[in-house]
Design a protein around this ligand. Structure first.
Ligand code: NAD
Ligand code: TDX
Length: 351
């Protein structure tokens, strides 16, 4: 079958990547989608079992840190574009093991850029390298203000430092070699297939199992939450419409203090589990704060809204209800990802 484009999506077996892969496979049967993923603890092919038999979908297992493998992948599939999401993504793990974050997030990104630079030489204007990044590169806000695309980078955690570095390399390959690159920096995502090391799915799993819900510090830190499918849709719009060398912020205009979010989640869980009101909130436990914990993130996505017409679709309370329902309906998925290694991680992180 002849495809109009071949797109390599890295990290497609992860949380956001699986939503991006699903969207592209279903919405663009004329594109061939190659999902390249190492299947680390965070990668899970069960996230894609509804679409993995589609004619325009191929999974390739591999490590972006292995430059020989990446060069071969480019030679074998001759992609027209890369949408790069593969990363080590959890801030707490970056505090324990920063080097792994440098390897995957920085060296892995540079390996992909090098392969693109070599393979696409002479035709940069018809090929695109899209880097999916985070608002954490901008550092922390005080009580007011928002991150715009012009905010100076000021990362604080090893995770955000590695993502900031990879963003700089992507821009450098545009400015130096003329590669067509695009970057988007998104706020905190939530939704289905979110690995339960992150706040929302971890809290859902613990409430369900009557375990303490760990809230770092006083729960005063603020995050700006976006429905993961709205992020996938933003990536689709930016991939197709953005000019070369541009950056877009993506966010939900939806700021929540962690403690308020957890209280809301507890109320939703009480309802879904037929518990007395206030029952789940008794599980809230304040624990030692995260080192270097950024106080507040808030994204100004006006550029994306005005230039490319994207707006978030889902109101947060509704999205959180849907998310809770998904986790309660997908017990097998949750049990699989919280067995084995997860137990060791959990013990080391929370006891
Ligand atoms: P995730 O941890 O759920 O998934 C990461 C995926 O990358 C996994 O499937 C994993 O197997 C794969 N991977 C890791 N190392 C690899 C390697 N060396 N080679 C190939 N594959 C590898 O992450 P996520 O939350 O889905 O985030 C995806 C991307 O979006 C990341 O780049 C992250 O920085 C960015 N991002 C995440 C959020 C968020 O709220 N989760 C917000 C903004 C941006
Ligand atoms: O057990 C917890 N208790 C707690 O209070 C955990 C895991 C987190 N928290 C706090 C820390 C943060 O203030 O909740 C907030 C959210 O934490 P995470 O879910 O770990 O997300 P965050 O650190 O904000 O980073 C996320 O958003 C930006 C993603 O993991 C990143 O990949 C993304 O770039």
């Amino acid at each position: 079958m002849d495809f109009k484009k071949t797109i390599v999506i890295t990290g497609g077996a992860g949380f956001i990547g699986s939503h991006v892969v699903r969207r592209f496979v279903l919405n663009y049967p004329e594109y061939r989608i190659i999902n390249l993923d190492k299947l680390t603890y965070a990668g899970n092919l069960a996230n894609l079992k509804d679409i993995d038999q589609r004619a325009n979908y191929t999974f390739v297992k591999g490590d972006i840190v292995d430059s020989g493998f990446i060069d071969q992948l480019f030679a074998d599939f001759r992609p027209d574009a890369v949408i790069h999401l593969a990363a080590e993504s959890h801030v707490d793990r970056s505090i324990t093991n920063p080097t792994e974050f440098v390897m995957t997030n920085v060296v892995g990104t540079v390996n992909l850029l090098n392969a693109a630079r070599k393979q696409w030489k002479g035709a940069y204007d018809t090929h695109r390298f899209y880097h999916v990044s985070t608002d954490e590169v901008y550092g922390a806000l005080g009580e007011s203000g928002m991150f715009t695309e012009a905010t100076a980078y000021d990362p604080h955690s090893p995770y955000s430092a590695s993502k900031a570095s990879s963003d700089h390399f992507v821009r450098a390959y545009h400015d130096t070699y003329g590669l067509d690159t695009v970057i988007s920096n998104c706020s905190n995502n939530y939704g289905s297939f979110h690995f339960p090391e992150k706040l929302i799915p971890l809290a859902i799993n613990n409430i369900k199992n009557n375990k303490p819900v760990p809230v770092y510090g006083k729960g005063e830190n603020v995050r700006d939450w976006l429905w993961v499918e709205d992020h996938a849709r933003a990536i689709d719009v930016i991939f197709h419409k953005a000019a070369a060398g541009t950056t877009y912020n993506i966010g939900g205009h939806n700021e929540w203090k962690n403690i308020d979010l957890i209280q809301l989640l507890c109320r939703i869980m009480d309802g879904k589990l037929n518990r007395a009101e206030g029952e789940s909130a008794k599980l809230i436990t304040f624990v030692t704060d995260r080192a270097g914990h950024d106080l507040r993130y808030a994204i100004d996505s006006a550029k994306l809204q005005q230039e490319l017409g994207w707006v978030p679709s889902l109101q947060f309370e509704e999205g959180l209800e849907k998310t809770v329902a998904w986790y309660l309906d997908n017990e097998e998925w949750l049990e699989n990802v919280t067995s084995g290694d997860y137990q060791n991680y959990y013990k080391q992180q929370y006891t």
